[in-house]
Design a protein around this ligand. Structure first.
Ligand code: NDP
Length: 307
């Protein structure tokens, strides 16, 4: 190609988009900080909507996108994002363990959860956090105004979400924390982990659904993935004490079989995980940008009525 042709192509490809930018956003003068959520699949993710709304209300200049991570290719995808100037990422299924392995500096929340849901990139350091647990507790205690202190708490399921929620829940000093799981060994293991790491002395037990008998609780969290396939864990209505809160960690599913069971048992405090989702995002935003956004509008926008 003749020299003038190359110059013209350069002007078209490189300079024209620059000239079309808003004043003050020229490369090298003010860079918009880039963030993304990585997962596979990723289409369903609400994180770009949430973080874009947070950026708007806090006046932060960020660009937040979705990244479809190739299965088996997490590290390469994150390397490329960092090389292109990416400042931080949220991590969703199935990459939370890959992110744990990729991080150079794991916060205690990530270590305890054994998984990472947010990363911050600074030079060659990859700082990693897990905000799911604090997001859950903030939603319950702050948004729903339902204190956990002194309450009998039951958590259904012993997967990643439960593991991340253990220490934030125990920090609220409930009267007791019972973890029930289909595979009881996992519940027992998780109870051991919680006993070892908690700073207080809350009684923690890992049990089977049969062991639960007729015991009742003031807060019941469904942290199983049963609702994602419209299934009900083998729980009986006797688990719900009068005045209790039934909290479904899954979100956007309306009245799940778990919430339906609670409602049939007369429970009036019903919630799903939309507030948890918004609150964990707000924690990440605060960590990245130093400003905590209000979550009310985002929660209102994403709420699917519970029946
Ligand atoms: P995991 O896959 O790590 O764990 C799933 C758990 O569910 C296991 O304990 C499993 O038991 C149990 N389980 C699955 N099906 C059934 C069933 N039919 N009956 C009884 N138990 C069952 O999932 P996560 O911990 O990552 O996620 C759990 C839930 O939390 C999901 O609904 C997820 O969407 C939600 N979540 C919500 C978030 C939010 O921001 N709102 C954030 C993270 C998660 P077993 O061990 O016996 O297989």
């Amino acid at each position: 190609m003749a020299a003038w042709g190359r110059l013209s192509l350069y002007c078209h490809e490189k300079l024209e988009p620059v000239f079309r930018r808003k004043p003050g956003t020229y490369p090298g003068i003010v860079m918009t900080d880039r963030y993304a959520v990585i997962g596979n699949p990723i289409e369903q993710s609400k994180s770009p909507l949430i973080h874009t709304a947070f950026a708007r209300v806090t006046g932060q200049d960020i660009d937040y996108g979705k990244l479809l991570g190739p299965l088996g290719g997490f590290a390469q995808a994150v390397d490329a994002f960092r090389a292109a100037g990416g400042r931080g990422m949220n991590v969703t299924a199935p990459f939370k363990l890959d992110a744990f392995a990729y991080a150079t500096d794991l916060a205690p929340s990530a270590q305890m959860a054994g998984a990472v849901n947010a990363m911050k990139f600074e030079g060659d350091r990859v700082y990693a956090e897990n905000f799911d647990g604090v997001g859950l507790v903030r939603d319950v205690v702050h948004n729903l105004a339902f204190p956990v202190r002194g309450k009998r708490v039951l958590v259904l399921g012993a997967g990643g979400a439960t593991r991340g929620a253990l220490l934030p829940l125990l920090a609220e000093q409930p009267a007791e924390l019972v973890i029930v799981n289909r595979t009881v060994a996992k519940a027992e293991e998780m109870a051991d982990l919680a006993r070892q790491h908690q700073s207080g002395s809350v009684p923690v037990r890992g049990v089977s659904y049969t062991d639960l008998g007729a015991q009742s609780f003031d807060v019941v969290f469904n942290a199983t993935s049963a609702s994602l396939t419209a299934q009900l864990p083998p729980l009986t209505a006797s688990a719900f004490a009068p005045g209790c809160l039934a909290y479904e960690l899954a979100y956007g599913k309306g009245l799940t079989p778990f919430l339906n069971l609670a409602q049939q048992a007369g429970v009036t405090h019903l919630a799903d995980g939309v507030g948890m989702l918004a609150e964990q995002a707000a924690e990440a935003f605060l960590w990245w940008r130093g400003v905590r956004p209000d979550t009310k509008d985002v929660i209102r926008q994403l709420t699917v009525p519970l029946g």
